[in-house]
Design a protein around this ligand. Structure first.
Ligand SMILES: [Zn+2]
Ligand SMILES: [Zn+2]
Length: 83
């Protein structure tokens, strides 16, 4: 029952998805790791567009790639964040 640990794992996962998950890659870069708490906050509200923009770093609208990442993050965190 270590919620701190599971949320740390979740943050790592979010950072990795935002950074670009691919085979053999086990961690995100430092900059994506720094963004992860904010991304997780947005994901918990279910705001897909805002999350995509935050990943992309472009407030005028995210690219398709970042939209896909945002969907993945929301899909993968929704099940975990239902307390
Ligand atoms: Zn990165
Ligand atoms: Zn983008």
């Amino acid at each position: 029952m270590t919620t701190t640990e599971s949320s740390a794992n979740l943050l790592r996962e979010v950072a990795l998805i935002a950074c670009g998950r691919r085979e053999g890659k086990t961690g995100s870069c430092a900059s994506c790791a720094r963004k992860a708490p904010a991304l997780l906050n947005i994901a918990s509200t279910g705001a897909l567009d805002a999350l995509a923009a935050a990943i992309c770093g472009n407030h005028g609208g995210a690219c398709q790639d970042c939209h896909t990442k945002a969907e993945t993050i929301i899909n993968e965190t929704v099940g975990v964040c239902t307390v």
